[in-house]
Design a protein around this ligand. Structure first.
Ligand code: HEC
Ligand code: CU
Length: 411
């Protein structure tokens, strides 16, 4: 018989899937909650137009077919016509009901093919962004710009979704459709996305752009968009990709070009201020580039030092404090914020033999994963050292400190 905990784990997975559906509905609200959105790109408007055209054709066909059926059933009912007609074949009727659907299909296929070809035409893009799916987050690389980062579920959504969190999710803004680092793109530019995956098949879907592309390990799929209005556009992973499929949303901020350039510079130099926090007013757009330019150079070295080979020793307190954030963002989904996991699938880290044992084994497990636990080698040495130190010094565990250089050496 299945334990209570086992049932709860299954139930929470089920609820997670249900919530994905709710989240998917959240952004169809622009069109009354029932239809797909018109969107903010030329392609999305065409797609919506095609969708509506096909819809109305279906409505008309439905009315004609069901109308004829209803009419015939009533008109030729047995009580009215006790002696059934007996006729065979009618070449005329057969030609008509072959030709009409043929014409209908062709007249739909021609405009649809035009739009499809347009969607696939990624030539002459102004910039390219590589989008990589991970269980369960996205990674964005601005090609040729040396800018790349992970985009994970926002902290408040992540806390609220935990089993027994006690949080009223209706009070969480943009529940399950908010991330820590949104993708930022310029408006009015053709942006090409190269979509791939690091583990299983995901799909990158932003309904307002009419962009939905499978992210398949070992393949690079292409799609593009050109957003016309600045704004914040949300999407989700659209391919069932495992336990937290419903918790890897997509947020794209489309901003005016000047603001984008400023944001990109800041990101490169590690001085990212809240440049792209909100869709800013004209005044702020003018101010942003100059503001960022000055302190940028000084910060380059700091940022470089941080990003390059493992930094110097860190104190236990520093590592634990940093590790708590890393744990909440990357590990709490399975091991829970209180470290107790969801046994039997996700073991408790409280009093765990691995956490209490030699550091090398724990580093290896976090870097490379084990069975159901995914690898975390994409995190920095510092983040991995911090999260390991955090688990070794929390919830009553006490098994010492792991420094970033130990992680670097283990890679
Ligand atoms: C997708 C769920 C998942 C995530 C996310 C996850 N783990 Fe795990 N973790 C597991 C599973 C499953 C095991 C058991 C692996 C096995 O032994 O088969 C495990 C085992 C462990 C163990 C060994 C525990 C023991 O006693 O066997 C440690 C330590 C650990 N994880 C640390 C982490 C850290 C640190 C993170 C975040 C960086 C993390 N895990 C993220 C699923 C996960
Ligand atoms: Cu996914």
């Amino acid at each position: 018989m299945m334990s209570m905990k086992g049932w709860l784990t299954r139930l929470s997975t089920g609820v997670g899937l249900a919530l994905t559906t709710i989240a998917a509905q959240a952004y169809t609200e622009t069109s009354g909650g029932y239809n797909m959105p018109v969107g903010v790109t030329e392609v999305s408007r065409e797609v919506h137009g095609l969708h509506m055209a096909v819809f109305w054709v279906c409505v008309v066909i439905g009315i004609i077919v069901f109308g004829l059926m209803t009419y015939s059933i009533i008109k030729h009912r047995r009580s009215n016509n006790p002696k059934p007609a007996d006729f065979h074949e009618s070449t005329t009727v057969e030609i008509i009901w072959t030709v009409i659907p043929f014409v209908v299909l062709i007249s739909l296929a021609v405009p649809a093919a035009g739009t499809l070809i347009k969607m696939e035409d990624t030539r002459n893009a102004d910039m390219s962004i590589k989008v990589t799916g991970y269980q369960w987050k996205w990674h964005y690389d601005y090609l040729g710009e040396d800018v790349g980062f992970f985009s994970t579920l926002a902290e408040d959504s992540n806390q609220a979704r935990q089993l027994g969190s006690g949080v009223d999710v209706t009070q969480v803004p943009n529940y399950l459709v908010e991330v820590d680092n949104p993708l930022v793109i310029p408006v009015g530019k053709k942006v090409r996305f190269l979509v791939t995956s690091n583990d299983v098949i995901h799909a990158w879907w932003v309904p307002e752009f009419a962009v939905k592309k499978d992210a398949i390990p070992g393949y690079v799929n292409e799609i593009w968009t050109k957003v016309e209005q600045p704004g914040v556009y949300r999407g989700v992973c659209a391919e069932l990709c495992g336990r937290d499929h419903g918790f890897m949303p997509i947020v794209v901020k489309a901003v005016p070009e000047a603001e984008f350039t400023a944001w990109l510079e800041a990101k490169k130099n590690g001085t990212e201020v809240a440049a792209a926090e909100t869709v800013v007013t004209d005044a702020a757009v003018d101010a942003a580039p100059t503001e960022v330019a000055a302190p940028a150079e000084a910060a380059v070295e700091v940022a470089a030092a941080e990003a390059e080979a493992a930094p110097a020793e860190m104190s236990k307190d520093e590592l634990v404090a940093k590790g708590e954030g890393v744990f909440k963002a990357n590990c709490a989904a399975c091991h829970q914020a209180n470290g107790q996991g969801l046994p039997p699938s996700f073991p408790s880290l409280v009093g765990s033999a691995v956490v209490g044992g030699p550091a090398a084994a724990q580093i290896a497990q976090v870097l490379n994963g084990k069975n159901l636990m995914p690898p975390f080698k994409q995190l920095s040495d510092t983040d991995i050292a911090a999260v390991i130190t955090y688990t070794r010094n929390s919830w009553g565990n006490d098994s010492g400190v792991v420094q970033p250089d130990a992680v670097a050496a283990a890679r």
